[in-house]
Design a protein. Structure first.
Length: 109
């Protein structure tokens, strides 16, 4: 087995994606790779302690997870809307539309 691994660290913004390719010692963690990538210094809005989550190939991981060769670490931006809340609002709007086929009017019998 090799003494080093090749990995990528990705951070996607709304308008572009940044990918950093790294060669690290075998047994390195996600946190070590992120620190080595320089993305935390380049993007101060990244807050791994509170708002941003981490993943390897779309599976959530913790910062102390050990990396394997060719892993891609992804730093996720926080959601701008709660998906459950959006679905609930859509369902409510759909129920109103089905009753009358148009906007609900007050006092209609």
């Amino acid at each position: 087995m090799s003494d080093s691994i090749n990995i990528e660290v990705c951070y996607a913004q709304r308008d572009r994606q940044e990918i950093v390719h790294l060669k690290l010692p075998a047994g390195s963690t996600v946190q070590r790779a992120i620190d080595a990538s320089g993305l935390l210094q380049k993007h101060p809005e990244i807050d791994l302690a509170k708002t941003n989550k981490l993943g390897i190939f779309a599976k959530l991981v913790k910062a102390d997870a050990v990396l394997r060769d060719r892993d891609r670490i992804e730093i996720y931006r926080p959601l701008i809307a709660d998906p459950k809340e959006v679905r609930r609002k859509r369902a409510e709007e759909g129920k109103v539309m089905k009753k009358g086929g148009g906007p609900a009017e007050e006092g209609a019998a």
